[in-house]
Design a protein around this ligand. Structure first.
Ligand code: ZN
Length: 74
């Protein structure tokens, strides 16, 4: 029985660049690919894509907080 690496590896969609990738981390339940992870680390407020990345982070953070509020609501 032969299994290709392709079928074993789980490809996930990055929430920033929306590319399918196997390498990355999970941030607040969302997948972040290695490329974007490195970009985020190097990003400065003077970077032209800073606002784009910042907005993406705000979006997932707000979605995450909504989920928490919903679960813990009294
Ligand atoms: Zn990405």
């Amino acid at each position: 029985m032969v299994l290709s690496m392709e079928s074993i590896a789980t490809r996930k969609k990055c929430f920033i660049c929306e590319q399918q990738s196997e390498d990355g981390i999970e941030v607040l339940g969302k997948f972040l690919c290695t490329n974007c992870q490195e970009k985020l680390i190097d990003l400065s407020p003077f970077d032209e894509s800073y606002d784009f990345y910042k907005q993406k982070m705000i979006d997932i953070w707000e979605g995450y907080m909504k989920g928490i509020r919903y679960e813990n609501r009294i």
